[in-house]
Design a protein around this ligand. Structure first.
Ligand SMILES: Nc1ncnc2c1ncn2[C@@H]1O[C@H](COP(=O)(O)OP(=O)(O)O)[C@@H](O)[C@H]1O
Ligand SMILES: O=P(O)(O)OC[C@H]1O[C@@](CO)(OP(=O)(O)O)[C@@H](O)[C@@H]1O
Length: 683
């Protein structure tokens, strides 16, 4: 749906010959802030930015970028304008947080940033609400700076928060599990009358890229955290909201925080860290392999798994550094083993990424995954020297001997790699990549040194093998176990809550009630759906919890084995089991408030926290990874939030707030391109 805003003619023709002009000259880093003067009404409205470039929605309000709260009155958004969009034409927009009311576009003309300079004069943003009767005014701060790709690469660390994607938008990220964009729905928009003119003065501050984002500030405050889970030390909350201390004198180095790992797993991880030498607190997993052997895929998958378990993990992709420093158009010759300039440039970007990774660990990061071919012994020696005394290091080599799989991977690469994004001719891209591969094969040396894990032909889930050499410690052990169980056989996993229960109708949490009439209708619809969807899938299975409402929901499904898992039972609400949220608020206000403040870590008295639920779900995740046939998981709200977060790579802190509505199926498709998601609302 259009906005009525005038589009900048320069921008709309930006696909012309000047597209590549600015590759070396830098990109525009933009930081926008909006300050509210009355918090009350505006807290229901989320400021967004939309405008002429795809990054900010190409004037589609449903794709506008949301600003994030930096403080009680300040909203913030930072992004990098792609080099081929030097002119940015944009506006602020308010979207209601909860209701379906229309969003409101700011009054006045479009804001125009050309090459880092703001045209015109607009120090405030004015919005007209309730048919024009209410005027809302925000102070606006706009900073713009031109930064070189190299600066961007070097400052990555500063912009990234490891449990959550960067708040700086527009830096391309390697990701196989991105949540599908939901912003395509039609949206009602109120556009101001263009004839009304507002006068205000504009400010553009030129600033280096070191601006602190709200997340970085949180990061700085993050203290030592160990959950009071099974077997782990009990925690005392310190006066600061986000800092915890341990009351058993276990670990007091706030500079090296143990990430939000929980429960028994955390306890083991903590013990592992405490017992070993200092460098063992940090782990570098260095990928090795020829191109198109699944290194980036495996790195992303491991990152997702370790983060979900609560380990502070970050994926460093050297290709991304290379593209930022040297551009995307390196031909196969650049990768020749007898091209000294190419070798030097590649070593330089690898060293830069490794330095970043080590610096990130020294600030508290736990597991760094270093993703490059690292195909010569010389390169690996360089990395080992850099890691000496700073982190424990092991190599993870992916080997594939199946010609057909390699061929398929190469074709996927040409379609997906940013290196070939600007190559319109598939066959030319294919020839170039093949010759790049030949260059690598000539100098490739398989790993025989140090500690390593080799994944050999592990794509289909049978017939392959994992070789392990000199691997010790808790986390490396878990990683081996995880890798042994994963494969790429395409199959769907269907996640659904049980049909509405009688307790759901009464608003009571927990319990073990039967289904309501509506819930029974859902059970029949679900059976119909499953029978059609899995018609030819004889090996599929239905997993439920041990609670009646999931077993009854599975009842009408016939023709598939049903497995009850205790681990799939709903979060244990302890002494609150059977109460309504209102009753908890009235009778146990402290419990209610504590949960509201930190729903992820809050543990019901004699019950569980979300972190506890995640820990007990780990075997379920391993089993879901291991399965080669489809699985239907019928479970509960909290449990499905945790399972879904694993597949969708959502940060831990979001888990308790993920929407998992009743009577809806979330289909997760696992396969060679990672994880995709579809939803079916049956009622
Ligand atoms: N262990 C593996 N062996 C072979 N191919 C794999 C493996 N894991 C994933 N793949 C496939 O390889 C494709 C290309 O993987 P990618 O991670 O981009 O390769 P690389 O980083 O090695 O160049 C992925 O899309 C995936 O289908
Ligand atoms: O963490 P919150 O948001 O309370 O959600 C979990 C709650 O969801 C409920 C419903 O309110 O799940 P369920 O539908 O399985 O009964 C409660 O039993 C459970 O305590």
């Amino acid at each position: 749906m259009g906005t009525g805003s005038s589009k900048n003619p320069d921008c709309s023709s930006s696909h012309g010959s000047d597209d590549r002009e600015d590759q070396g000259g830098g990109q525009l880093y933009v930081s926008l802030k909006m300050e509210e003067n009355s918090y009350l009404l505006k807290s229901e409205l989320i400021p967004h930015v939309y405008g002429s470039v795809p990054l900010v929605g190409s004037w589609d309000p449903s794709k506008a970028l949301a600003m994030e709260r930096e403080s009680s009155s300040m909203w913030e958004l930072s992004f990098v304008v792609p080099p081929n969009h030097e002119t940015l034409d944009f506006k602020f927009l308010l979207k209601p947080k909860y209701s379906n009311s229309p969003c409101v576009v700011e009054e006045g003309p479009n804001r125009l940033l050309t090459g880092g300079t703001l045209q015109g004069d607009a120090r405030s943003a004015v919005f007209r609400l309730s048919g024009g009767e209410v005027l809302l005014e925000y102070r606006v701060f706009i900073k713009a700076d031109r930064v070189s790709p190299f600066d961007l690469a070097a400052s990555w660390r500063a912009y990234q928060e490891n449990l959550q994607p960067s708040t700086v938008r527009g830096i391309p990220d390697v990701s196989m599990n991105s949540v599908p964009e939901s912003g395509t729905e039609e949206m009602e928009v109120i556009v101001p009358d263009p004839t009304i003119v507002y006068s205000s003065s504009g400010i553009v501050e030129s600033k280096s890229v070191g601006t602190l984002s709200s997340l970085q500030k949180q990061d700085g405050q993050r203290g030592l955290f160990v959950d009071r889970g099974v077997g782990s030390p009990r925690l005392v909350k310190s006066p600061s909201l986000t800092t915890f201390t341990v009351d058993q004198n276990v670990h007091s180095e706030a500079k090296d925080p143990i990430p939000a790992a929980a429960g028994a797993v955390a306890a083991a991880a903590v013990a592992d860290q405490m017992l070993g030498p200092k460098e063992d607190r940090h782990l570098a997993i260095v990928l090795v392999g020829l191109p198109a052997r699944g290194k980036t895929f495996t790195a992303a998958k491991l990152t997702r798994y370790l983060r979900w378990l609560g380990h502070d993990t970050k994926h460093f992709n050297v290709g991304k550094y290379r593209r930022l420093k040297l551009g995307t158009n390196q031909s196969a010759d650049f990768f020749r083993g007898d091209n000294p300039e190419g070798i030097e440039a590649r070593n330089e970007v690898a060293a830069l990424a490794m330095e970043d990774m080590i610096a990130w660990m020294q600030e508290g990061g736990q597991v760094g995954i270093f993703d490059a071919t690292n195909s010569s012994r010389k390169r690996r020696n360089m990395l080992m020297r850099m890691a000496e005394g700073k982190c424990k290091i092991f190599f993870l080599e992916t080997i594939c001997n199946d010609r057909q799989i390699i061929e398929r991977n190469i074709r996927l690469k040409i379609q997906q790699s940013p290196d070939y994004a600007e190559e319109p001719d598939f066959e030319a891209g294919y020839r170039d990549f093949r010759s790049r591969l030949d260059n690598y094969e000539k100098v490739y040396e398989t790993v025989e040194e140090g500690s390593y894990i080799k994944m050999i032909d592990m794509v289909s889930g049978h017939g392959g093998q994992i070789q392990v050499n000199n691997i010790s410690g808790y986390l490396p052990g878990r990683i081996v176990f995880f890798l042994v169980n994963t494969h790429l056989t395409p199959r769907p996993i269907l996640l659904t809550r049980h049909g509405e229960s009688r307790d759901n109708v009464r608003g009571r949490i927990g319990g073990d009630s039967v289904l309501s009439d509506t819930g029974e209708v859902y059970a029949k619809k679900l059976a119909n759906f499953v029978e059609k969807r899995l018609k030819n899938e004889r090996a599929a299975s239905i997993w439920t919890s041990t609670l009646q409402r999931t077993i009854l929901t599975a009842n009408p499904i016939v023709g598939f084995p049903k497995i009850q898992w205790r681990a799939l039972d709903e979060i244990n609400a302890g002494v609150c089991d059977g109460m309504t949220y209102e009753e908890i608020k009235k009778n146990m206000p402290d419990e209610y408030e504590s949960r509201k403040k930190d729903k992820l870590r809050y543990r019901y008295p004699r019950g569980e926290s979300y972190l506890d639920v995640i820990q007990r779900l780990e075997p379920v995740i391993i089993e879901l990874e291991r399965q080669r046939a489809p699985v239907v998981v019928i479970s509960h709200q909290a449990v499905l939030r945790a399972l879904y977060a694993y597949f969708a790579d959502r940060p831990l802190k979001e888990i308790p707030h993920i929407e998992v509505p009743l009577h809806t199926i979330i289909e997760i498709q696992m396969g060679v391109s990672g994880v995709q998601e579809k939803r079916y609302k049956l009622m």
